[in-house]
Design a protein. Structure first.
Length: 528
């Protein structure tokens, strides 16, 4: 126990991230079920309006800041040194510091539930003046701000660590163009964090000054400007969206290649598109502000459309990788295919709301809720499951059950679409987001009932996954070091890997050294 709490080993730290983020996912998931219970039928009285506000605020906050984004960093912690053939991260103690800052920051946010007045209730965006002391007086909002400042600083430290590690600690032979795609995507993610999180910490500081030190940055009642809050917040907020998707583009790319039994199609394009997406995403923040009338909609709309191009490149390359491959529909691959289908829908509605005339209708409606859940839930969350199934044997030395895994996938996929597809229509029929109840008009009762049933199915899927973990860990069926026929260096060492990772390294002549090692004849043909 003490060995874990004081560890600076990147693998232990990675595992602790995975455990901590899973805990926060559990909390956020329970809150999601509370939301869907309240919204199951019209005029429900299960949660009152104030409780509802807290519940959706902490749900969104935990999903974004405490689960989807930091899970990627945790996975990176485990994988990057292994993938590039290094013994650890560049700054192991900084790494441990970041982990504990994250955990205590997350707990600080949650502790708001015990404050008088309850947890923060101004949404995951904490828009001013709603989050100002005049309207949100409780300490819950302060704990939210302080807690997220801690997790933000944690992310900045980890991002620094990742960039330095990938640039300086690669094994001999691993040139820049042989770095595995996941590690590349994490470099792009880290650069985004380094650019986007300092403004977030700044806006939090300004909000605290407003709340407690008599500042007047954002409250129009005292001459402040709430649009300034939105600029600073979204200057962080849009890049954050990519912090929550680029790692999973990496996960998907690696898994698709392994289970298509082909090299990644368009390796260089995949790397460049990650940086194109990262770069462009710094210039689109005001598409969250079309309806404020305070920004140049034409510019931000055009920039947002441009992002579809490098994203399309990724889809093209994934399909190219699968093309004529001998595809094996293992559980990780199923989750990856689910990711692609769901993310495609979220991507299409994303392009729609990047168009101001459509956004004026969709803004703050359930259409938007459907859009971002398709990207984050159907996309990132499915990739997280894919990653867990794929790397579980490496991390814990135990393989999860393929039989339960396929059921888990089927139930989650059906449940997800049943929950969120109807939300497009709720939005079109005018149901605003962040409302705690709605009248029995149009098709709202039917659509909401479907969504709640779907959410129940998703809960079953998650429980089934937990069951799978428990059963598989109990059984402890031994797996080899490389159960899937993996490509990258993590599959060259034992499962789980020893301290400092490698006793010897295979020669590195391409971006898939372990494949080359096991199939020398093919490697000789493909690599000059
Ligand atoms: C697991 C099943 C999930 C269900 C049933 C669910 C359901 C909901 C519902 C009903 C809302 C309220 C919408 C509103 O009133 O604006 C909501 C908000 C939200 N959800 Fe989820 N959600 C789920 C998973 C996720 C995931 C995986 C993420 C990933 C990041 C996420 C992020 C958010 C965010 C950011 C909000 C907005 C909160 C706010 O308005 O401040 N949710 N969710
Ligand atoms: Cu955006």
């Amino acid at each position: 126990m003490i060995a874990w709490l004081t560890s600076t080993d990147h693998k232990k730290i990675g595992i602790m991230y995975i455990v901590a983020t899973s805990f926060f996912f559990g909390i956020a998931g329970i809150l999601a079920m509370l939301i869907r219970t309240q919204l199951a039928t019209p005029d429900m009285t299960f949660l009152g309006p104030h409780a509802f506000d807290q519940v959706f605020t902490i749900h969104g906050t935990a999903m974004i800041f405490l689960f989807v984004a930091p899970f990627g960093l945790g996975l990176a912690n485990f994988l990057i040194p292994l993938q590039i053939g290094a013994p650890d991260m560049a700054f192991p103690r900084l790494n441990a510091t970041a982990l504990w800052l994250f955990i205590f920051g997350g707990l600080t946010v949650l502790s708001g539930a015990f404050a008088s007045g309850g947890a923060a209730s101004s949404g995951w965006t904490a828009f001013a003046p709603l989050s100002e002391i005049r309207i949100s007086a409780g300490a819950g909002q302060d704990l939210w701000i302080v807690g997220l400042t801690m997790t933000s600083i944690s992310s900045i430290l980890t991002a620094l660590n990742i960039v330095v590690t990938v640039f300086l600690l690669r094994a001999p032979g691993m040139t820049m163009w042989r770095i595995p795609i996941f590690s590349w995507e994490m470099v792009a993610t880290s650069l985004l964090i380094l650019m986007a999180f300092p403004p977030l910490v700044t806006v939090f500081a300004m909000l605290l000054i407003d709340r407690h030190l008599g500042g007047q940055f954002f409250d129009p009642a005292h001459g402040g400007n709430p649009v300034l809050y939105q600029h600073l917040f979204w200057f962080f907020g849009h890049p954050e969206v990519y912090v929550m998707i680029l790692p999973y583009f990496g996960v998907v790319t690696e898994i698709v290649a392994v289970f298509s039994r082909k090299p990644v199609f368009g390796y260089v394009e995949l790397v460049l598109s990650a940086f194109a997406i990262a770069g462009l995403s710094m210039g689109v923040w005001a598409h969250h502000m079309f309806t404020t009338g305070a920004v140049t909609n034409l510019f931000f709309s055009a920039m947002s459309f441009l992002i579809a191009i490098p994203t399309g490149v990724k889809f093209f390359n994934w399909i190219g990788t699968m093309w004529k491959g001998s595809i094996e529909f293992s559980t990780p691959m199923l989750f990856v295919i689910g990711f692609m289908l769901n993310f495609l829908i979220g991507g299409i509605t994303g392009v729609m709301v990047a168009s101001p005339p459509i956004d004026f209708h969709a803004e703050d409606s359930y259409f938007l809720v459907a859009h971002f859940h398709y990207v984050l839930g159907g996309g990132s969350l499915f990739a997280i499951f894919a990653a867990l199934y794929f790397w579980f044997p490496k991390i814990f030395g135990v393989k999860l059950s393929e039989r339960i895994g396929k059921w888990t996938f089927g139930i989650l996929f059906a449940g997800f679409n049943l929950t969120f597809f109807p939300m497009h229509f709720m939005g079109i029929e005018g149901m605003p987001r962040r409302v705690y109840t709605y009248p029995a008009i149009e098709h709202l009762p039917l659509l909401n009932a479907l969504a709640t049933i779907g959410a129940g199915l998703m809960a079953v899927g998650v429980l089934l996954f937990l069951l799978d973990v428990v059963v598989s860990v109990r059984k402890r069926e031994p797996v080899g070091d490389d159960p899937w026929g993996g490509y990258t260096l993590e599959w060259a060492t034992s499962s789980p890997p020893p301290e400092f990772n490698f006793t010897s390294l295979p020669p590195i002549h391409s971006e898939r050294p372990v494949f080359d090692l096991h199939h020398p004849a093919v490697a000789a043909e493909v690599t000059p």
